[in-house]
Design a protein around this ligand. Structure first.
Ligand SMILES: *Cc1c(COP(=O)(O)O)cnc(C)c1O
Length: 371
């Protein structure tokens, strides 16, 4: 029995693979590639994205939390997996058990890993996080770094195999560029005494494109893997997600009619409206109502009135051939028109990342591949 979804996000796995290959060819050969698949692969599905990225040349995966790493392991994914968030007492043991690389930035965190490693009678790999200006997690100076290194000396079940920092403004203006260069220099300084075998990494997507000379041993590609580079780049990247819903109802309203909650829309002429099977509970931003459009039969239709929890309305007065049951493209292409996540983000006052990650749990997901 086929289930018709009210609305569906369709993921192009070939595009993810090709994006990974394009990133591969844009970074120095000496650098390895981490595919960042946290937050369910930025809403694309962590496991499917990871497999496509590995096909495209990813050497390692990164997630935000141990539970996300476990999900990859349980699907049989064996490549190294780095947990980017700081290790915690509640999940250190599971992380060690599943052979995930954990992130440490204090002696206490190293001791947590040692306890887990000792209990399991196995070594746990860790990367040291260095805070060079993000103000999030990480050691901030030589003293804090040395305290972690000293703890490592006392912990035979913990092995330091990497060190990394995160740029806060690599997609920023001139000031951001300067700040990123500062962060980079500070990172080099604080990693100087580490053994040659320790992998050093600092580049997120923006830095991969802007500062290839900072690639070091590995780069961490997130948003660019999904086709939305945060800065201008010649690297050929393609969005991988489309999002479609359906027209459930069409009606003609006379001039002076209201549409949706709060009566924010009142027609000043007769208007034909389509009701669409998607709302904010599906992840469509309520903030899009004022400026947003959807695509129907290759044409733009303006969203009118507030976006409801499960439905929204659009003006289809100019789309004569629109019919109940028609596909509505919320994100993607229809004929020669297209709407990408950056455009939706601009209506909602946010960034493409948040549009990709926003999928509600009842939204369908479909995978396609051309190879
Ligand atoms: C999310 C994340 C990334 C990926 O960032 P993008 O901008 O999506 O490329 C890289 N490193 C860390 C530490 C992150 O948290």
């Amino acid at each position: 029995m086929s289930v018709i979804q009210r609305n569906t996000r369709t993921i192009d796995l070939s595009a993810i693979e090709n994006n990974m290959k394009a990133i591969r060819s844009s970074v120095p050969d000496s650098a390895k590639l981490i595919a960042v698949v946290k937050a369910d692969g930025y809403g694309h599905g962590a496991v499917e994205t990871a497999l496509a990225a590995i096909k495209g040349g990813a050497d390692m995966l990164a997630v935000a939390a141990v539970s996300e790493g476990v999900q990859l392991r349980e699907k049989g994914i064996r490549v190294p997996v780095l947990v980017l968030g700081a290790v915690t007492a509640s999940d250190v043991q599971e992380g060690a058990e599943y052979g995930l690389i954990q992130t440490v930035c204090s002696p206490e965190m190293v001791f947590l890993c040692e306890q887990a490693g000792e209990f399991l009678q196995k070594q746990t790999e860790v990367h040291l996080k260095i805070d060079t200006g993000m103000g999030r997690i990480g050691v901030r100076n030589e003293m804090e770094r040395d305290a972690v290194l000293a703890a490592l000396e006392d912990c035979p079940h913990v092995r330091l195999t990497g060190a990394f920092t995160h740029f806060s403004d690599a997609d920023g203006d001139e000031d951001g560029i300067e700040f990123t260069e500062c962060q980079y220099r500070q990172f080099l300084k604080l990693t100087e005494p580490l053994p040659e075998s320790v992998l050093r990494h600092c580049c997120n997507s923006a830095a991969i494109h802007r500062f290839p000379e900072m690639a070091l041993d590995i780069v961490r590609a997130g948003i660019s893997l999904y086709g939305y580079p945060p800065v201008h780049t010649e690297t050929a990247l393609k969005p991988c997600m489309t999002w479609t819903a359906v027209i459930s109802y069409i009606k003609d309203l006379p001039a002076g009619s209201y549409v949706s909650y709060g009566r924010t829309y009142r027609s000043d002429h007769p208007v034909r409206t389509a009701t669409i099977t998607c709302g904010y509970a599906d992840g469509y931003f309520r903030a899009c109502a004022k400026d947003g459009y959807v695509l129907i039969r290759g044409k733009r239709a303006k969203i009118i009135g507030r976006v409801c929890m499960d439905q929204m309305m659009a003006d289809i007065s100019d789309i004569d051939d629109a019919r109940t049951g028609d596909e509505v493209v919320l994100l993607g292409k229809s004929g020669s028109e297209s709407i990408d996540a950056e455009e939706i983000a601009s209506w909602a006052g946010t960034i493409s990342y948040e549009i990709l990650c926003s999928s509600g749990s009842r939204v369908g997901r479909k995978y396609i591949s051309h190879q």
